[in-house]
Design a binder for this molecule. Structure first.
Ligand code: ACK
Length: 989
């Protein structure tokens, strides 16, 4: 028996060794029989029952086992009790038993009652009770049966199978416990007994540490709070639940690494040098952005390299930046006492986008207009009332208009580009400077008028000098009329001082009055209308005497009328030979349009019997020795046009243009040639070409004018196609309009206003030129003979002037509209190559030129207004100037363009129909063309579809006979528009 049992033990250890050392990492052993190599010292009762036996495992490590096999005897009750096992923190324990058990059938000659189970029991106590042992104190945990048992092989060998059974016990409450194994007659070998409990182990989750945690015995979870690892902060309190099985469940909340630290293997580690982390979070440290560095570990941000900066509010991830370089290509365009400054963006914005511009205005003495220093330069800040539009600082666009400067004054403007770090590097700031000299300007209006004394027939008035005289005030023009007469008849008076007495007024009558000041630059704007009333009559006429009085009055009126008539005739005569500006000369106008000589109005040199007298009255005779001719720049009707220099005694040498009269001229030609000087000499305005003088006493006869570096406007624009900003173009147009306003105020009708007759100087200032005598237009190659015999530049001329030679400032306004079109199309020929006859016909039928490419809608509207058939509806030049001034003040309005591609393909727009019909079909479109040369060109050609037509090129158009460039361009662009119309849906009209 004992042999068989010994063998039995041996087989057990060899067979089960692979599972022997398996431990779950989340379990804590309270007892492990295999861990003890010496005697376990468990109590066995009765002593012949359970037997402690030594053995070895597969590593030959000695272990202790217990066996009992009293199957040959009856009534077995053998107890084996462990030592006292302290509970520690366990609430629930697990008992793992490994044992072998023989089945009773395999035992021959069984005499007793063979059993195949044994009982597992436990007893809780707070202390070790030593060998004291009472069976009945134990509680049964379970009856343990074998899953396997000895089995017999075919060869008769028995193979022993190891059983493993685990039982849970709990909740335990006392400090310790005993286990007991009760055998009632089985053959059992208890190979090992392990008692353990489960726990959730220490762990780090979401950068929080969670301690070892013993689960509850019940089914509830244990909530455990985590602690943030070093160099981290709680974002949301970290928590986890420990399950009864010792597993961590449901991690909630987390910790984040502090700035300067990043997460590396469940810890927060310092950023390496060259890296930074500025915020709390579990992002990795970032590399230092451009132009910055970090020499130390754990950097929160990177420092900027030398000469690079970080503005307040710049994120740490942004590169370090520096102030921008200076703005470039500053262009100034001066207009009387205002200047438009335009510049380009700096080459280097310093790496930032928040670039703005600031313009500093300085008034400098000792600086010439071209910026060169003539002696010492003294600068002072400009007066506070200088106006900047939109403002002087914080400009986002590269243009500013500076107004209300003093006339004839040198100014220096320093334009600085600033960005967010400019304030941090004052020494690195750079600016571009431009020096200008303002032109002369008309005075500002008189604003304060006072009535000093009133009587029945007179009133005494005084007023204050205009706020900005812009020069010496030569005199004031006082215009007044009866309120009831509504300006149909008015009187004009001139005064040197700031007061006047108006005599000869009607008693008890309301009058309206306006005053305007005049300087060498011309008239300023009129004052607001001032109303005054004369006193009533102090007596009334009796009915009896009324007839006598009436007769007397009639006689007096007749006498006055006769006197006035005489006066007018004498006045006309005097004017031809006397000074133009007699002081306080009174003039009466039958209606608003009639002008009489005597005040500063234009005097037609024709009215002089001796034209050379007119020349010498209005033009200075120059000594030919003062003039040096450099080169020929063009050809005029009477001879060459040269550039040269004029050096007058005690004056600076200046550049001039010299028009010469070629030899072999007739007397009439000489007269006509010099007439231009007689006209030009009467004008003094920054936008009218200035006459320097004439040479008539030696040959060749010459007219000397200021030199305009950029020549005539039409060729200048063609040379610089699409190179100017909208504001620059409007600045030029404003200059032309201002010159024309001056001419119309003077009562001069130009009759040949066209871009070719505008000259441009180096500052882009445009000046009206070409003042041929009585506008015969002999010298204009554009002029054509009309059916009435006159020679007229058809394309530029208003219909009424073509039809019946009605030349007025309103017809000049029409021409101005054409100049506007020429400017906006960079010198395109109006109506392209259409014949004069076709132009007359088309305009008469109501067609008008289409908007040039990219033309602002407001400017196209102005053109259309200038081309009103009814001449009284056309804008006056004063209105044109003010419209353009508004545009300059509000450049944003130039952005809305009158789109050409959205318009129909007709060359000329029909103004009578305000809505342009949409082009639904090919036929509609062809009808829409209605253009004289093109209409013919297309009839006779058949296009199968819009597609074919859209692919039409200029070449194709040439083939069908459209050879002129303008219509070709228009037609091709319209075809493209039509193409997109058919492909993408309707083109907005
Ligand atoms: O376009 P342009 O160069 O400018 O060619 C014509 C030519 O003479 C015949 O008129 C030029 N021209 C006329 N007057 C002047 C002037 N005052 N300054 C410069 N060029 C002038 C004009």
């Amino acid at each position: 028996n004992s042999d068989s049992l010994t063998r039995h033990s041996y087989v057990v250890f060899v067979f089960f060794s692979p599972f022997f050392f398996f431990f779950s990492p989340t379990t804590v052993n309270l007892l492990d029989s295999k861990a003890s190599q010496g005697e376990l010292g468990w109590i066995s009762y009765p002593s012949h029952g359970w037997e402690e036996i030594s053995g070895v495992d597969e590593h030959y490590t000695p272990i202790r086992t217990f066996q009992v096999c009293n199957v040959m005897e009856y009534s077995q009750n053998n107890w084996l009790r462990t030592n006292w096992i302290p509970r520690q923190s366990a609430q629930k324990i697990y008992v793992e038993l490994k044992f072998t058990l023989r089945d009773c059938n395999s035992i021959p000659l069984v005499l007793g009652t063979c059993k195949e189970t044994f009982n597992l029991l436990y007893l809780e106590t707070d202390d070790d009770q030593g060998s004291h042992f009472r069976e009945h104190q134990f509680s049964k945990i379970d009856t343990i049966a074998a899953d396997e048992s000895f089995t017999q092989t075919d060869l008769g060998d028995r193979i022993l199978k190891l059983n493993t059974e685990v039982r849970e016990v709990g909740p335990l409450t006392k400090k310790g416990f005993y286990l007991a194994f009760q055998d009632v007659g089985a053959c059992v070998a208890l190979v090992s007994v392990r008692v353990y409990f489960k726990k959730c182990p220490y762990t780090v989750r979401n950068l929080a540490t969670f301690p070892d945690t013993v689960p509850m015995d019940s089914h509830s979870l244990v909530e455990v709070k985590g602690l943030c690892v070093n160099h981290s902060k709680e974002e949301e309190p970290p928590r986890m639940y420990c399950s009864t099985e010792g597993e961590w469940l449901v991690p909630i909340g987390k910790c984040l690494c502090n700035p300067g630290y990043e997460e590396r293997s469940n810890t927060c580690q310092m950023c390496r040098a060259g890296f930074y982390k500025s915020a709390l979070g579990n992002l990795e440290c970032s590399k230092c952005p451009p132009h910055s560095f970090s020499h130390h570990e754990g950097s929160l941000h990177c420092g900027c390299e030398k000469n690079f900066f970080r503005a307040e509010g710049d994120p740490a991830s942004m590169a370090c930046t520096r102030p921008p370089s200076a703005p470039r290509n500053v262009i100034s365009s001066i207009n009387e006492t205002s200047v438009i400054l335009d510049w380009s963006w700096p080459e280097d914005t310093g790496g930032r986008r928040d670039v703005t511009f600031t313009v500093l205005c300085k008034r400098c003495r000792g600086v010439t207009a071209n910026g060169s220093n003539s002696g010492t330069q003294r600068c002072e800040p400009c007066r506070s009332n200088v106006r900047f539009l939109p403002r002087a600082a914080g400009l986002h666009n590269t243009t500013v208009t500076v107004g209300d400067l003093l006339a004839h004054t040198n100014y220096t403007f320093e334009i600085e580009a600033l960005n967010g770090v400019s304030a941090l590097a004052p020494k690195m700031r750079q600016y571009a400077a431009v020096t200008i000299t303002t032109n002369q300007a008309a005075p500002s209006p008189v604003t304060v008028i006072r009535k000093e004394k009133t009587s029945r027939n007179s009133v005494s008035l005084s007023w204050q000098e205009p706020e900005r005289p812009n020069g010496i005030i030569l005199d004031y023009e006082i215009k007044y009329y009866e309120k009831e007469e509504q300006e149909t008849s008015y009187t004009i008076l001139r005064a040197r001082g700031c007061n006047v007495t108006l005599n000869g007024l009607k008693s008890n009558t309301a009058y309206l009055l306006q005053i305007r000041a005049r300087t060498a630059a011309g008239y300023g704007a009129s004052s607001p209308t001032f109303q005054f009333e004369t006193s009533p009559d102090s007596f009334s006429i009796s009915s009896e005497s009324s007839q006598v009085v009436l007769i007397a009055i009639s006689a007096a009126v007749a006498i006055i009328l006769l006197t006035v008539l005489l006066y007018v005739l004498i006045g006309r005569f005097c004017c031809r030979s006397k000074s133009k500006h007699p002081d306080e000369k009174r003039l009466h106008f039958g209606n608003g349009h009639l002008r009489l000589p005597g005040i500063r109005t234009y005097v037609d040199p024709h009215t002089y019997e001796d034209p050379s007298q007119a020349v010498h009255e209005f033009a200075k005779e120059l000594d030919a020795s003062c003039i040096a001719i450099d080169k020929v720049v063009g050809a005029g009707e009477f001879g060459e046009v040269c550039s040269g220099r004029l050096k007058l005694p005690s004056k600076k040498e200046i550049c001039v243009a010299i028009k010469t009269l070629k030899g072999g001229y007739t007397d009439k030609q000489r007269r006509d040639f010099l007439a231009e000087a007689s006209i030009m000499g009467q004008f003094d305005h920054p936008n009218i070409i200035r006459l320097e003088g004439v040479v008539t006493r030696s040959k060749p006869v010459m007219i000397v004018t200021e030199y305009m570096e950029n020549g005539s406007l039409d060729s200048f624009l063609r040379k610089h196609d699409a190179q100017f900003t909208g504001i620059q173009l409007v600045g030029m147009l404003r200059g032309i309009a201002s010159g024309m306003k001056y001419l119309s105020d003077m009562g001069y009708v130009h009759r040949d206003l066209a871009a070719r007759n505008i000259l441009v100087n180096s500052n882009l200032v445009c000046k009206v030129s070409d003042f041929g005598l009585s506008r015969v237009l002999e010298d204009d190659p554009e002029a054509a003979y009309t059916t009435r015999g006159g020679k007229i530049p058809i394309r530029w001329t208003a219909p009424e002037a073509i039809a019946y030679r009605k030349f007025t400032s309103a017809s000049d306004a029409w021409s101005y509209g054409i100049v506007l079109w020429e400017v906006m199309s960079y010198g395109e020929r109006p109506y392209w190559e259409m014949s004069n006859q076709d132009v007359i016909k088309a305009v008469d039928e109501g067609y008008r030129l289409p908007p040039p490419m990219d033309c602002p809608a407001t400017l196209y509207q102005l053109m259309l207004d200038c081309w009103q058939k009814e001449r009284n509806n056309r804008p006056k030049f004063e209105q044109i100037v003010s419209i353009l001034d508004k545009l300059i003040r509000n450049p944003g309005s130039l952005k809305i363009t009158a789109n050409t591609t959205s318009r129909p393909a007709n060359l000329l727009l029909d103004r009578s129909s305000s809505e342009v019909p949409s082009m639904g079909t090919m036929g509609d479109w062809m009808d829409g063309m209605r253009t004289l040369p093109c209409k013919e060109a297309f009839s006779g050609v058949s296009y199968s579809s819009c597609d074919t037509l859209a692919k039409t090129s200029t070449e194709d158009l040439k083939k069908v006979g459209v050879t002129i460039v303008g219509p070709q361009k228009k037609i091709v662009s319209s075809l493209k528009a039509l193409d997109s119309h058919t492909k993408n849906g309707p083109v907005p009209v």
